[in-house]
Design a protein around this ligand. Structure first.
Ligand code: NAP
Ligand code: GDD
Length: 328
């Protein structure tokens, strides 16, 4: 039985990945931090077979102890401060966890896994946010980075640290440059879930309007359930490498609103939307659209869920959750 260690197990991707790996027959270990994190219960209920281990990406000794205890075949480093807006307000903490956390996790893998022939394979959750002020469209593995947020800067550090540990120590370390991926497990702070949740609440008469920032930004949105499979496929390759994972299709926040309201049967959506300067960012990423040809060719990966299907899935989940909550 293969053993996988996932950091960020309580996050959207950690929850999808743990379920995916369990169905592949893995024993899954998830790193959790702090006391009384309410998300731990959710994770355990979804996947009772996982084993949780306590540690923190800010604490190298805890990571070494965990890797020693778990003896993983594969480590998926998904833990991070992942909300771009928050990274502007807590830039140092973001650099600490999202940036230096990668170095610490790789150090734990290097130290515990030994020298040449290190048996542990490592996945780093890199991000399209690294492209920032994009130098070319669409973006691929060779597009230069120009991050526009403390989060993006920290991810660039994590990305190059992963490349460096691969080149310097021969670790099987791969970096997935994933474009935005969403789904019903997405946090409410991210724009897709904020929109589908608000539209469901407006439909149910529980909310009058939604406040948003920049409606013109465009993102390449896919489904998280599809994207975690690409992570796993990267670690099954003979050689470690970097891969862009994306749908190749971009939509604006305006398109997202129009689609979600249309699915809810509401046409005159503009009267429900207000723009609030609090949701604008000091520096914006205007357009992200990925070219995932390499992942398609080498990993045999491709997205299955379309933009319309994704918004529908999220809206229906929010409608169900919100009506159940209202009935209680
Ligand atoms: P998420 O839902 O925000 O989850 C983040 C996870 O990181 C949570 O489990 C959180 O645990 C954990 N974490 C935060 N600080 C930590 C610390 N100090 N030590 C250990 N764990 C810590 O993020 P996601 O959407 O699943 O994304 C997973 C990864 O992919 C992240 O690295 C993100 O930056 C990256 N990524 C995401 C996307 C996307 O569109 N979703 C795209 C590209 C890259 P707590 O419950 O304890 O807070
Ligand atoms: N969150 C949010 N809230 N975003 C808004 C809002 C709002 O009220 N109004 C407009 N937006 C715009 C943002 O300015 C941004 O251009 C876009 O919606 C998407 O914002 P998010 O959903 O917060 O995602 P993100 O693209 O900044 O970051 C996500 O994707 C990255 C990959 O490109 C996160 O998951 C990152 O962790 C990930 O790396």
């Amino acid at each position: 039985m293969k053993r996988a260690l996932i950091t960020g197990i309580t996050g959207q991707d950690g929850r999808h990945l743990s379920q995916f790996l369990s169905t592949k027959g893995y024993q899954v270990f998830g790193l959790v931090r702090g006391q009384n994190n309410p998300k731990i219960e959710v994770v355990q209920a979804e996947n009772p077979s996982i084993e949780l281990v306590e540690g923190d990406l800010r604490d190298l000794s805890s990571l070494i102890a965990i890797v020693e205890q778990v003896q993983p075949d594969e480590v998926y480093n998904l833990g991070a401060i992942s909300f771009v807006q928050l990274s502007f307000k807590q830039a140092e903490l973001t650099a600490e966890i999202t940036g230096l956390g990668v170095l610490r996790m790789l150090e734990a893998v290097r130290i515990v896994g030994g020298g040449e022939n290190n048996p542990i394979r490592f996945y780093q959750a890199s991000s399209s946010e690294m492209f920032g002020k994009v130098r070319e469209t669409p973006q691929n593995e060779n597009t230069p980075f120009h991050p526009r947020s403390p989060y993006g800067v920290a991810k660039v550090f994590g990305h190059y640290t992963t490349v460096n540990y691969r080149e310097a120590y021969g670790i099987h370390a791969s970096s997935g440059i994933l474009f935005n991926h969403e789904g019903p497990k997405r946090g409410l702070e991210f724009v897709t879930r904020k929109v589908t949740n608000a539209v469901a609440r407006i439909k149910l008469g529980l909310q009058d309007q939604i406040s948003l920032g920049n409606l013109e930004a465009k993102r390449d949105w896919g489904y998280a359930g599809d994207y975690v499979e690409a992570m796993w496929r990267m670690l099954q390759q003979d050689e470690p490498d970097d891969y862009v994972v994306a749908t190749g299709e971009a939509h604006s926040i305006r398109d997202l609103l129009e689609t979600a309201f249309r699915i809810a049967g509401i046409d005159d959506w503009e009267r429900f939307v207000v723009q609030d300067p609090r949701f604008y960012r000091p520096a914006e990423v205007d357009l992200l659209i990925g070219d995932a040809s390499k992942a398609r060719e080498k990993l045999g990966w491709e997205p299955r869920v379309s933009f319309e299907e994704l918004v529908q899935m999220m809206y229906e989940n929010d409608l169900k959750e919100e009506s159940e909550k209202a009935a209680r």
